[in-house]
Design a protein around this ligand. Structure first.
Ligand code: ZN
Length: 219
């Protein structure tokens, strides 16, 4: 376990497989995006990750924002957008949009601190964070992750983009992908898709991108 949310819910970090390279799956950064964290949770339950054993150390934080997931809200219990709260070079106190309050200071939230601790511990070579959105589902990539995004898109048919159309200071894509060149995918699923359908459409894509990343010459 990584730590506790503001309301005292545990934030779990699971290690699924072992290997030299480390990969990290993240869900539930935004608590109202059940399509994203539902996919990660179902993947964990499926056991499909077993094929990665000894090829890569696969880690997962299925619900980074367990309070938001319990309350069905995007933000954490302090009303902070955890995907704007990371200590990036471009972090700003001003909220660019009302939906994205970045918090009183970079890294101020316990959930953000838990994520930073896991990143320091795992030092992942590849990160995938699953979200959902009302319009423009896509495989968004930051850092050297174009081929990973394409490996995923080949199976789920979503457009690949390195530009979500608005700045995202304090986001994981900026912190890990842009500033540290850690290949980072932000999978944006369509909001409102039933979980069975999400699984049908995404299970192979998720498996394929992990298998792709686990190849000896992937990075
Ligand atoms: Zn999101």
């Amino acid at each position: 376990m990584l730590g506790y949310s503001l309301q005292g819910r545990p934030i779990h970090l699971w290690q699924l497989t072992r290997g030299i390279r480390s990969f990290l799956l993240i869900g539930g950064v935004h608590g109202d995006e059940v399509e994203g964290y539902g996919l990660i949770e179902r993947y964990l339950a499926s056991g499909k990750w077993g094929s990665l054993e000894s090829k890569a150390a696969l880690w997962a934080i299925p619900r980074l924002n367990p309070d938001g997931c319990a309350l069905g809200q995007r933000l954490n219990a302090n009303g902070v957008d955890l995907n704007r709260n990371l200590p990036t070079q471009d972090w700003v106190a001003a909220s660019l949009e009302a939906r994205y309050p970045p918090g009183p200071a970079p890294g101020s939230e316990p959930e953000t601190q838990a994520l930073l601790a896991s990143l320091a511990q795992i030092r992942p070579q590849f990160i995938l964070s699953a979200h959902s959105c009302q319009s423009n589902p896509c495989v968004n990539y930051n850092g050297p992750a174009l081929e990973l995004a394409q490996a995923m898109a080949a199976h789920n048919g979503l457009p690949v983009t390195d530009d979500i159309g608005y700045p995202a200071p304090g986001s994981l894509g900026t912190w890990a992908g842009q500033e540290r060149q850690i290949p980072t995918l932000t999978l944006e699923l369509r909001r409102g898709t039933p979980l069975d359908q999400v699984w049908q459409e995404q299970a192979e894509a998720l498996q394929a991108v992990l298998e792709w990343a686990a190849q000896d010459d992937a990075f």
